[in-house]
Design a binder for this molecule. Sequence first.
Ligand code: FAD
Length: 163
Amino acid sequence: MSNGLTRRELEITDIEKIRHILDTSLVTHVGMVDGDEPYVVPMNFGYIMDGDKLTIYLHGAKKGRKIDVLRANPKVFFEMECDLQPFEGDVACRYGMAYSSLMGKGNAVIVEDVEEKKLALSAVMKTQTGRDFTFEDKMVSFVNIIRIDVTAYTAKCRPIPKK
Ligand SMILES: Cc1cc2nc3c(=O)[nH]c(=O)nc-3n(C[C@H](O)[C@H](O)[C@H](O)COP(=O)(O)OP(=O)(O)OC[C@H]3O[C@@H](n4cnc5c(N)ncnc54)[C@H](O)[C@@H]3O)c2cc1C
């Protein structure tokens, strides 16, 4: 199976443009494998980029289907998008949407360490609000944190076509 983009000319490799997608996408859609069925959950997220190593953090309830699925199979595929802008054309097939998006795969780990949970929640709040927050031990005990260790990703930008 190909992991390269079919329309290679739209691929983004500039790290600042990749950060822009991570900073401005509000939601990531996390795909999982539930036995022999796909399962996709939209979630808010935070991220840490260390060199070219990308880590994504998710927060949520301690129980539920996605936790059960990830405990059984930690493999995930995720997607996020930003800068959505519909455009018109002279015929139906020239209508479309400009976007930037990022997709990747990785392994999900349920984080138990209190200090890493605080770091994760700070990353989520920074990505979602642009602001810095700190957390007490008690606050993090109520929430579940999932870390996605990203093993590969690609980014793409489809601009509005020139007339
Ligand atoms: C924009 C957005 C942002 C979100 N951000 C977060 C987040 O940061 N953290 C978080 O934990 N959750 C978030 N959610 C909710 C998330 O999508 C799930 O509903 C939630 O995480 C529970 O997942 P679960 O697998 O444990 O659900 P369960 O309640 O265990 O799922 C049982 C069944 O309920 C149905 N279901 C579950 N979720 C949804 C849904 N969203 N829409 C319709 N049907 C559903 C499905 O059929 C599923 O099989 C967000 C949702 C949206 C739309």
